[in-house]
Structure formats: C-alpha cells, structure tokens
Design a protein around this ligand. Structure first.
Ligand code: ATP
Ligand code: MG
Ligand code: MG
Length: 553
C-alpha cells in the first residue's frame, strides 16, 4: 500500500479551530491565471483547496487571477471551469475574477498614495531594477520617491486615463528600500498596459501586479486560508503589508505555502506547455501525452485516479520530484476496479481452425470484470477464423516460450484449446496465417481429461469484430527532468517515439457502441479508452497505460 503523508495544512487548521480562530470557518480559493490549460500540478492545488474546505465544512471560491491581459483569454477561462468540475469539485455561486476588483484595487491604490504609502515613478523598469540593490546591500531610492502626494495622484489618474505609453510610469508602494526582503523594496503595484482585457475591454490602461491584487481579493472575499506554492513564501511579508493597510477588523487571510508538484519525465510550466502546443510538438492542449487535465482525461485517466494521486503525494514544505509511475499506478488501480474487460488484438495474425465448421458462430461466456462480480458476463463470438497477437506466436521458440508455436497447444481465453499444425508464409517468408485444430471438449477453457496448457491467449473473431485504430503512447520526454538541465533546452529531450499509431487492430463486438472516453481493459495488454476522434466509421482507442506497473511500492 502507498502511504499517505500527513497534511500539515490540515494540522494547522485543526489547531486554529481548537483556538477558536475565524469562528471555525474555513474558506479557501483556487486562483488560476487564465493564461493556459490546467495541468496535474494545478490538480494538486484544486484537490488541496477544495478538499481542505470539504474536510472542515467550509467553502471554496474559484477566482480567475486575470490581471495580465496580454496573456489571458476566455478560451482558458472556459477550459479551467470544465476541468475543475470534471475533477469533481463545485464552487457553486462563488465564481470570481480579479478583474471584478479593478475599481476597488484602484481606489485602494489611490488611498495608499494619499496616505503617503505609494508614489508614481517616472523611471522605466530597467532603471528601477538596477536600483534594487542586493539582499546584502540596500537599494537606491528613486528620485521620485518623495514627490508630492498631489503630483502622484494626478499622474496615477492620467496613467489610468491612458495618457502615457506602456513603460513610461509605474505606481510603487513606498515601503523600505533597505529591507532584507527584496519584495519589500518599493515594489511596483501598477503598470500601464494598452492590451484589451478579455473581460473589461479597453476600460483600463493600468493593471495591478499579482502581489497587489491577490491578497486584497482574498481579503474582500473573506478567504481564511490562502494556499499557494513555496516560491511565494518570500512574498508573504508584502502580502501581509497590504492587508495591514487594508484591514479594518481582526480578520485577515493567512497565506500558507506548500511544495509544488513536479513529476519525472514531465514539464509543468504553462509557458513550456504552451510552447509544445504552439510549435506543434503535440496535437493541442489535450494531446494524451500532455500533463494537462484535459490531456489526462483524453488519455483515459479518471478523475478519481487523479484525486487519489493528489491525496497520496501529500502536502509538504519540501520541493521534490514525484515519480510519474505513481500517477500511472493510480489510474491502473482505479481502472482495474472499474474497467470493462474486452479482448482486442493490436498486431493481428490470422488463425484458421480447420476442424471448426465454416459459417458457425459460437457464443462464449466471458467475465466483464473479475474485480466486480456484479458486472456480470457477456457473449464473445468464436468463429473458424480468428486473430491472435503476432507476438504470441514464434516459429522457432526459445525454451521458455510457452505461447503458440508449431505442434504446441495453448488455451484461447474463454474458448478452446488449439494446437498449431501448419504455418503459412508469403513469398517473403513472412508468416501470414496459422492453421490449427481445436478440441471441442475444452469449451470454456478446460479440458475434461485435465490436460494442462501453459499459456492463455486473447483473440478476436475475423468476421465478428470491430476494426479500430489504436494509439500507443510513451512518455513525452526521455529524460527524468527535461527542464532540469542548465545547458540544454527541454525540447532536446522530447521522445521521438512517444506516439505509435496502429491502424489494423480488432476488438470484440462488445465495443461497437462505445462512446468517447469510455474505458476498457484489453485483456493481457492494458487499459484503453475511446478517443474523441472516433467517428461512426472509425473507432479510435488510446492506450491509457499498459498492465505492467512500474511503481516501486
Ligand atoms: P505555471 O508556473 O505553470 O504557469 P502558475 O502558478 O503560474 O503555474 P496559476 O494559474 O497561477 O499558474 O496557478 C493557480 C494555482 O495553482 C496557484 O495557486 C498555484 O500555486 C497552483 N499551482 C500551479 N502549479 C502548481 C504545481 N506544479 N503544483 C501545485 N500547485 C500548483
Ligand atoms: Mg500564478
Ligand atoms: Mg504563471
């Protein structure tokens, strides 16, 4: 069994509740920036935010952190809502946008200027950053730091009115240019941007920085626990500083940081995922090789398997890299319990059962799911000609090869024992057909004389089947940490064999009405689901995961 680590955030909340903090209320938020599709790392944050609220009878807001119009789009907003819902979480009527607060944030900024806690700086970003100093050396104060309040107010109002070009002026908080925390050295809180916003259009020419928006939104929404990833730990004093200026009661949101999820053989940054999509290294955000939630869904991952995975990896304060085999283990475990079993042959080799009557169809009973007796049985048609997997036959087998070879007897799953008598080859010497005989007494898979066979093969009737295309996926990257190399770009580690398309596969008739995303176990092969590319004349499957589990327990 995989050990579930103790969640330190839950421990903190338990202690707070004992102490009577916030009247026992737990109110979290999930705050994605709509600049890309959600990935498995976001799933960890979603499960943590929604899961924590559920555990303590609290509530969770979905808040779009849409403060940077140049990268954001409604396409992303829509996909994010779909993915959060699919993961099994519901924000009810608590849907918010940082852009809902643009006026309030602006008014708060004006108040800071009036209180002498913010000023307009006429210097460009480059100059400002050159004055930042180093962690051990104080920064240089801007020559505009002590300009009159009225001047800053006027300039900020004109920035808002669109009078200046991008980069000409910024608004900065006036905190401490000598602070050991670089984020406290008069951080920029507003910049001029002329790009239209996906919700507010061209109403605004100034946009708040993330640090200026996030905590205030938390405060206005009544968030109690603002959970974010570790890199924001150094921003926390600034988060608290803004809340100190804003708050008018004892209530304050508390920022708590946890380690972001990193996975082996995977890149997780939205910028890199966007690059994979834009430059066509994959077929879109929902390519089944992508670590996006829509990619995993299309690949056949169930939402339960992703929630279980998030639970297992736990929540800690230490950055690390999780073995992607654990994610694969989670989906196998869930599909093993729930997936309908069928037989499918990916690389067919025709077998003619010479003593089986032509035209006869024998309906055999097959178990739908050995893990779930309630799933019942189904009929699988057996005919004179069947396909078996090419790999299950060897003309000159090594000693330990127990599957089919000349003169050998094997069991066909749910059907009969067959013996191979003859190998038919084409002019190139390639095996194109086997001629076998079957033992009618072994119907169901056992011989009354107790004769043993070592191998059981899956098979599909040549005449009673559904033809399919099957897409086999391997890891998108061949290196464990594709973006962990200083001297090499992550693209250099793309696995050239991450997709293999087999277009001559046969599956038993049971799947003929299968719908997009339905999952199956192809016996002996792995888990496969129906790809949305499926049409009325072409069934397409994705391999979700092979059966073999590489997770080291
Ligand atoms: P990226 O770096 O991939 O662009 P981001 O943090 O900028 O991600 P956001 O849309 O801002 O993306 O993320 C929304 C929430 O999801 C944030 O609270 C963020 O901390 C969390 N999150 C993002 N990536 C991860 C991750 N790998 N593991 C855990 N949480 C994550
Ligand atoms: Mg972010
Ligand atoms: Mg980002």
């Amino acid at each position: 069994e995989v050990v579930v680590k103790k969640n330190f955030i839950h421990q903190i909340i338990e202690e707070e509740i004992k102490a009577g903090k916030n009247g026992g209320m737990v109110h979290t938020r999930f705050p994605p920036e709509p600049n890309g599709y959600l990935h498995i790392g976001h799933a960890k944050s979603i499960c943590l935010n929604f899961g924590t609220a559920q555990k303590f009878n609290g509530i969770t807001n979905l808040r779009f952190d849409d403060t940077n119009p140049s990268k954001e789009d409604t396409e992303y907003v829509d996909s994010i809502m779909e993915d959060v819902r699919w993961l099994g979480f519901d924000w009810g009527d608590r849907l918010f946008y940082a852009s809902d607060y643009f006026q309030k944030l602006y008014d708060f900024a004006v108040r800071l200027i009036e209180e002498g806690k913010a000023y307009v700086d006429d210097q460009n970003a480059e100059t400002i950053s050159s004055q930042k100093g180093t962690p051990t050396r104080p920064g240089t104060e801007s020559p505009f730091r002590n300009r009159p309040v009225a001047e800053s107010l006027d300039l900020f109002q004109r920035m808002k009115a669109g009078e200046f070009n991008e980069g000409e002026r910024v608004l900065r908080a006036k905190i401490d240019m000598a602070s050991p925390n670089m984020h406290m050295r008069d951080p920029i809180i507003y910049r001029i941007m002329k790009t239209p916003h996906h919700r507010t259009g061209d109403k605004w020419s100034v946009y708040p920085m993330y640090d200026f928006a996030h905590g205030q939104c938390d405060y206005w929404e009544g968030i109690t626990h603002s959970v974010c990833t570790l890199e924001f730990e150094v921003h926390r004093p600034l988060y608290d500083w803004f809340i100190d200026q804003l708050k008018d009661s004892d209530y304050r949101p508390r920022q708590i940081e946890f380690a972001r999820l990193n996975l082996t053989y995977t890149v997780m940054s939205k910028r890199k995922l966007l690059q994979l999509v834009k430059e066509n290294y994959v077929n879109g955000w929902d390519d089944p090789r992508m670590p996006t939630i829509c990619g995993l869904r299309r690949r056949g991952y169930t939402s339960a398997s992703i929630r279980n995975f998030a639970e297992r990896i736990g929540v800690t304060k230490v950055d690390g890299v999780i073995d992607v085999a654990l994610l694969e283990h989670s989906v196998r475990e869930d599909l093993n319990k729930h997936a309908q079993r069928v037989m499918g042959v990916l690389n067919p080799l025709k077998v003619v059962i010479t003593n089986f009557p032509e035209g006869q169809v024998d309906e055999l009973d097959a178990v739908n799911n050995p893990e779930n007796p309630d799933a019942g049985t189904r009929k699988v048609p057996f005919t004179r000609e069947i396909y078996i997997e090419r790999d299950d036959f060897m003309e000159n087998p090594p000693r330990k090869f127990f599957r089919l070879s000349p003169g050998k007897e094997v069991r066909l799953r749910y059907a009969y024992f067959i013996t191979c008598n003859e190998v038919v080859k084409d002019e190139n010497g390639e095996v194109v057909e086997l001629r076998c005989t079957y033992d009618p007494a072994s119907r169901g898979g056992n011989s009354p004389d107790g004769r043993k066979v070592k191998a059981t093969l899956h098979w599909v009737s040549v005449t009673e089947n559904v033809k399919a295309e099957v897409r086999l996926y391997d890891r998108l990257f061949s290196d464990e940490e594709p973006d962990g190399h200083k001297d090499k770009d992550f693209l250099e580690f793309l696995n050239p064999d991450s997709l293999e398309v087999l277009d001559n596969c046969y599956v038993e008739p049971f799947v003929k009405d299968a719908k997009a995303l339905d999952s199956f176990q192809f016996e002996r092969l792995g888990y496969f689901n129906v790809d949305p590319d499926t049409s009325s004349d072409k069934l397409v499957f994705n391999r979700t995961a092979p059966l073999r589990d590489t997770w080291a327990k």
